[in-house]
Design a protein around this ligand. Sequence first.
Ligand code: AMP
Length: 417
Amino acid sequence: MIKTVKGCKDIYGREMELFQYIENVLSKMAESYGYTKIITPIIEYSELFQRSVGEDTDIVEKEMYTFQDKGGRSLTLRPEITASVARSYVENHFETLPAPLRKYYIGPCFRYEKPQKGRYREFYQFGVEAIGDISPLIDAEVISLAYNIAKQFSLKNIKVRLNSIGCRKCRPHYKEALKEALKPHYEELCSDCKRRFYTNPLRILDCKKESKELKESLPKITDYLCDECRNHFDKVKEYLSLMNIPFELDHTLVRGLDYYTKTVFEVISTDLGAQNALLGGGRYDYLIEELGGRPVPAVGFAMGMERLMTILKAENKIVRKDPVIYIAYQKEALKEAIEIANKLRGEGFITLLDIKGGSFKKQFERSSKRNASYTVIIGEEEKEKNTVQVKNMKTKEQKEIPKGEIVTFLKEWRKNA
Ligand code: AMP
């Protein structure tokens, strides 16, 4: 038997129901903030992620699905989607559109990670990107959308963790100060952090293996921000308060990817246990430039759909389902049955035409198994009289109505159901 690839899974049944529900809610919420959807390819040139996500990140170092195609090009299954949206911005000249450009996406991402609870090798990300504006108000707006998503799904103890990691001007000074403070502790650092000490010391703050005491004792980046970054950060906080979004400052929050500048944030909930970040994001003012565009500031976030699905599953979330109409018939009335089925489908009813035929008893049994709300019955007699029988499968009430009234009848019932 051939199985799914390790760390990947099929989505069907109850999970699919939740997936579609989440997808609908997220799309509607993003659209209510003016975001429109973008679909980018699942494969990109590897260089895109090497240049954007960063060489010294777990993603690029250890987790990318990279392969050569038949033409000898190095391709990668996308580990995230921000880089692709930024690539698309440059390639399709989105700078000619009104700024900020607001885009959202939903799609699969791939990371070669050790599969465990909440971690998969193929997983789905939803995210938004607001590209082309430097105002702290857009940071606050993006964070407000992120926060409201967590609220919309009724997660418990929702918090926004917030930090600023500065810019090209001020971050180098902080890096130096951080290295200075870390020097006496170098031998205590984990092997990854020993390397990060030289390549990207900020990421030591993000490492789960280092102690809280050590992290607390280190200099805070917010004390090293240049005037521009400090003013920006102050404004973000002011706007968040204006929007009634509760946040917590956390100077150890740096996020794993290289492209972030200034604002970084996460939305967390106690519903998520150890992997408590529902989503994460921030500003990335240099990414578009790195990818060959003009310098264009941007901000966004990404969220893993699986985590939300796990929570909703645990809560036994009831997703309202559209009613099913079942059509039972005698073989002499097949033509009329097909006609009615097509008419109902045209009116947006989920309509199942019985396939096997046989006695009405058998057909009712099949209707029940499909949890149909109504069975429409058309036999030889009804055909002659130009009528149908409609049977409410819950109350078992059955009555005869003119064939021409079936749509009005079911619409009226659906309105009150
Ligand atoms: P990141 O791009 O690493 O900032 O991750 C953004 C979001 O994607 C996280 O908050 C997670 O919810 C989700 N995520 C990241 N990696 C995985 C994974 N391997 N499996 C499932 N969800 C993931």
